[in-house]
Design a protein around this ligand. Structure first.
Ligand SMILES: Nc1nc(=O)c2c([nH]1)NC[C@@H]1CN(c3ccc(C(=O)N[C@@H](CCC(=O)O)C(=O)O)cc3)C=[N+]21
Length: 289
């Protein structure tokens, strides 16, 4: 266990303190900030995440509203919930918890969200703006990973970043974000899936590895170049236990590694609050750079 820990809990607390100041300033100007969530079905992990989010909101004095729909909710029911939050002046931004039950079409639901209220940065317009090189609302986990690295003094610019996993919420947007020609980003990005030929040699060529495949123990110490930075971002469960995409022996080899708990997860939640206060600021016409 030679690696230093990328302390997401600590950095998330810093980010929350900054969000709280911004909420305070908006309140002084008569603007209230609220985060909504639509939760469909009874997946325990999803329910737990939505609960944590409500607690985070309370800690920064953002109002929180959860719309709960049963596991048999129809596409029309979900779209109606989206429309109600789009129209709700108390809701600055909101998320639709994913994955949705299999009978629902997530693409149509994401399209229905007002892009100005998209707290997750997963609306096609926001993903499109990101791809075009002018990020507006950035997906929470990618934004959180970039922030986590920055605040530990780890430089993306010029580094070789290997992203394992290309999902909608982490790998795909992170690979685009990190490659943007901007100060603090500008990484040389390789994005692969978990069954790529010779994953080990690709991972070994990385300065920074982000494992976002949702495949427990996928990235092992033997794959990692000594001194590399390794971030575990995938989530999977064994019962209620959260499993990491990183094998434990990564910590013997890497210079920096995320802990299984208290790494990327708290950063994801913190960036959700950032996206929410930014939505409120834009709406109030006092957007900060
Ligand atoms: N529309 C949408 N947006 C999401 O951002 C989203 C989603 N759907 N669906 C599910 C995934 C998963 N996710 C997590 C966020 C934080 C923790 C987290 O904070 N975990 C704690 C541990 C919590 C525990 O003790 O189980 C930690 O890593 O320290 C976990 C998982 C967001 N997701």
């Amino acid at each position: 266990m030679g690696a230093k820990l990328l302390d997401g809990e600590r950095v998330a607390a810093e980010v929350r303190a900054e969000v709280r100041d911004r909420v305070e300033r908006l309140r002084a100007a008569g603007v209230r900030v609220g985060l909504g969530a639509i939760l469909v079905g009874d997946d325990p992990a999803s329910a737990r995440y939505v609960e944590m989010k409500a607690r985070d909101c309370a800690s920064v004095e953002i109002a929180s509203r959860v719309v709960r729909l049963g596991p048999d909710a129809s596409q029309a029911d979900v779209l109606a919930a989206v429309e109600s939050l789009n129209a709700d002046p108390e809701v600055s931004a909101f998320i639709v918890q994913l994955p949705l039950p299999r009978h629902l079409d997530p693409d149509a639901v994401l399209w229905a969200i007002d892009p100005a209220k998209d707290a997750d940065g997963l609306h096609p317009v926001n993903l499109g703006e990101l791809a075009l090189g002018r990020p507006r609302v950035v997906a929470c986990t990618p934004a959180g990973i970039v922030e986590l690295l920055h605040r530990h003094g780890i430089v993306l610019d010029g580094a070789h970043l290997v992203v394992v996993g290309r999902g909608l919420t982490i790998g795909r947007p992170l690979s685009i974000l990190a490659s943007l020609p901007r100060a603090g980003l500008n990484a040389a990005v390789t994005v692969v899936h978990s069954r790529v030929r010779d994953l080990a040699s690709i991972v070994r060529s990385a300065d920074i590895v982000v494992a976002a495949a949702g495949s427990p123990g996928l990235v092992t110490g033997a794959m990692v170049r000594p001194g590399a930075v390794v971030v575990g971002a995938g989530t999977s469960f064994e019962g209620r236990r959260l499993l990491s995409d990183l094998a434990d022996d990564v910590a013997d080899v890497a210079a920096w590694v995320t802990p299984r708990i208290g790494g990327v997860g708290p950063m994801t939640r913190a960036m959700l609050l950032v996206n929410t206060v930014e939505a409120a600021e834009r709406r109030a016409g006092r957007s900060e750079p």
